[in-house]
Structures are given as C-alpha cells and as structure tokens.
Design a protein around this ligand. Structure first.
Ligand SMILES: *Cc1c(COP(=O)(O)O)cnc(C)c1O
Length: 400
C-alpha cells in the first residue's frame, strides 16, 4: 500500500522545491556537441532553440566525432546490439579485452578492467582491496562514487581537507598501525578545475608506506602531454598505483568506467568486484566507439591543442573583461560571484545567457561553499574561436 508514503515523498519534494534546489532537466533535441538544440516545450512554445554548449564534459569533442560514430555504427553490424550477459558467463567479446588492453597501455599500468560506469568502478574497487585491518584516507572533495565505494568497504576511514598535505600527513600518522594504507584522490576537483598535488601526495605515500589511487575521470584523454591524465602531467605515472576513470567524459562520453593498475589488483577485481560480476557487460557499440575515441586521443594531439587554445583564449578574454576566475589551466573554468548576493547573481547571469543561446550552469551552496557561488564554464575542442568569443560577449552583456 503506497498510502502514507505518498504524503511523505510529496513533503520531501516540496522541501527541495522550497529550498530552491529542484534540478530541472533541459531536453536536448540534438546529439551532444558544441552547438545543441534545446527543447522549449517546457515554456509552452513546443519548439527548439539553438544553444552554444559550455557545460558538457565533451572535452575533446568526441561525443559526435565521425570516426567514433562510424566505429559504433559498424559495431552494431559486426558485434550486435547487446551482450545479455555479465562478462564471466558469456559477455566478453575480443573487443572488450582489446579496450582493456588499450586503456592499460595508455595509462601505463599492467592491466585494466571495464565496469558499466566509473560510479561502479569506484563502487567495486575498495571493498575488494581493503578489509577491516586497512585504512582508506580520502580527500574531502572526492566524488560521490568514491564516498559510496569507501562506505561499502570494511576498512577504517579517514578524511583529509582538500589538497591539504599537512592534514593528509596527520591522517597517515593516525593510520600508521593499519595493515595497509591507501590515499584516494580525484585527479581534478570538478567544481574548481584544480589538480590534486600528486607529487606531494606520492612523497607522503612513500614516507608512510601508503598506496595511491587517483580517480582521473576529468583528465584522461586531455591532461598531460599525451592525454595520459594527471599522473602523466606531473610525471608520477610510476608512483601512482591505481587509476579509476570514465569513458563517459572526454573518451567519447557514452558510458563505462575502468580500474587500471597492477595485475593482481585487476585479476582480483575480476573475481570479486560486485558491480563487475553482477552487472551486464558494456554494450558492443559503446566498446567499439570508446576504443576509437581512445585511439584518437592517443594518436593525435590536434584536439588537445585546440582545447588548450580555447581555454587560454576564454581565460584571457574573461580576465580582460574584469571577471573573477579561479586560477588554472584546466578547461573547467569557474567564473566566481563571491559574497552574499553571489548565488542570485550567478543564477541571473546564467539565465540571461541562456536566453541569448549560451548554455552555462551556476553552482551555489550546498554544492560549493557558501559565499563562493560560480558559473562553471567547460571548454571543448569542439568550440570554434568564434564560439568562445560569443560566450565571453554573452557574459559581458548579461552582467549589464
Ligand atoms: C564523472 C565522474 C564519475 C562518474 O563517472 P560515470 O562513468 O559517469 O559513472 C566518477 N568520478 C569522478 C571524479 C567523476 O568526475
């Protein structure tokens, strides 16, 4: 009997609405790209309008790249639509293994194992590798999937302040009596575009005999000279033990995630990781498209260079125009609206920009700290120089 539950759920929804926290999904009428159609039906016109998209994780513009589409389309004929099986029963095609090999080679690890998503990769990895005798030491700003994954393990849990090495060191000292220790961090913190200080983290890891696990979802494909991610950027590939990541961002943006690391880690995850054992294999067309995307990221620096140039242009034009940006070089570029009135101002500006056909997203408390509201702009290699200039012009006009 649904009964009283309806009223309880209704009240919770009303609370979310009253707090101004209801998330409303805009409906795209086109493939994901730098230019998208946005349905205006919600506003009663039943039409669609074009928008310039500055809020996707489509960093390399591969979500609708012709070579990725061709590989995925071809895979429908060659490999079928679905696997209808988990990997270990009859759900492993040779191309699943090829994608795992290609990921491991790209990231410089022994091997890699695919999951349905990075959420699942993070959901599976900790419980298998760390037991009650072990300690997991996690950055406070780590992704929700890491937080949930850590909860599923029986290990002792420690949290350190974001990128604060003194605090990390104190936690390592507290965890000194554990059987083993692992430091867990996002490679890039997605609200700020800041990179985790991996060389310092690796120094501490070596001093306190800890492993290092990096979730590099917002980096692999475009951060580092070859797109190998934050360990490559910092020259610490050999000092980072395990990398998790997604196929749902720069590498084509479809779906899928992975854990890459030492052979025993990958082998044991294949035996024990619950989201791997009890969830369907990644779809054949997604595997083929992701492999094509990975090859583009690996073999050509053209898209990476365009992304770097677009990010630099946006940052310099916005700074010239007097906007307050968080420093950095990552294509996540937060435009800050500090102070008490910042959240309202960021919301107003984002709305005014959408009315002009430029799609950006404001973030305020509780997603970011109070008084640190921002519009998070995400550049892509798919943007033209003109697209970047149009975005800056829209910011200037919206500010008034
Ligand atoms: C996006 C993201 C994930 C989730 O990836 P999915 O493959 O979409 O589940 C996990 N971790 C981090 C750091 C992310 O940015």
């Amino acid at each position: 009997m649904y009964g009283d539950t309806r009223a309880r759920l209704r009240a919770e929804l009303d609370e979310i609405e009253a707090a101004g926290l209801t998330k409303r999904e805009r409906q795209l009428t086109t493939p994901q790209s730098a230019h998208v159609g946005v349905a205006t039906a919600a506003r009663g016109s039943g039409g669609t309008e074009e928008a310039l998209n500055f809020c996707a994780n489509n960093y390399l513009g591969l979500a609708d790249h012709p070579d990725v589409l061709a590989a995925a389309r071809n895979a429908l004929d060659e490999w079928g639509f679905g696997m209808a099986s988990v990997r270990f029963i009859c759900g492993t095609q040779t191309q699943h293994t090829a994608l795992e090999r290609a990921l491991a080679d790209y990231l410089g690890t022994d091997d890699a194992i695919l999951f349905s998503s990075c959420f699942d990769a993070n959901g599976g990895v900790f419980e298998v590798l760390f037991g009650a005798e072990d300690a997991i030491i996690s950055d406070e700003l780590n992704h929700a999937s890491i937080i949930d994954g850590v909860r599923l393990s029986k290990a002792r849990r420690y949290r350190y302040r974001n990128a604060d090495m003194a605090d990390l060191e104190a936690r390592l000292q507290e965890a000194a009596d554990a059987r083993s220790r692992v430091i867990v961090t996002d490679g890039v913190f997605s609200m700020d575009g800041y990179l985790a200080p991996l060389p310092e983290i690796c120094d501490l890891a070596e001093r306190y005999d800890a492993m290092v696990l990096v979730d590099d979802s917002h980096a692999v494909g475009f951060v580092g000279p070859n797109g190998g991610g934050t360990p490559e950027h910092f020259g610490v590939v050999d000092r980072v033990d395990i990398v998790t990541g997604t196929l749902g961002k720069a590498l084509g943006g479809a779906s899928g995630g992975y854990v890459a690391g030492p052979q025993e880690v990958v082998d044991l995850l294949r035996q024990r990781a619950r989201p791997y054992l009890f969830s369907n294999a990644v779809a054949p067309s997604v595997v083929a498209g992701s492999l094509a995307a990975l090859e583009i990221a690996r073999d050509s620096s053209a898209a990476r260079e365009r992304l770097v140039a677009n990010t630099a242009l946006f940052r310099s034009l916005m700074t010239e125009a007097g906007f307050d940006l968080l420093p950095g070089e990552h294509p996540i570029t937060p435009v800050m609206f500090p102070g008490e009135d910042g959240a309202r101002e960021a919301g107003r500006i984002a709305d005014a920009m959408l009315a002009e056909g430029v799609y950006v997203i404001p973030f305020s408390f509780p997603v970011v700290p109070r008084g640190k509201a921002r519009i998070r702009v995400q550049l892509s290699a798919a943007h033209s120089e003109d697209d970047v200039r149009r975005c800056v012009d829209a910011f200037v006009r919206a500010r008034g």
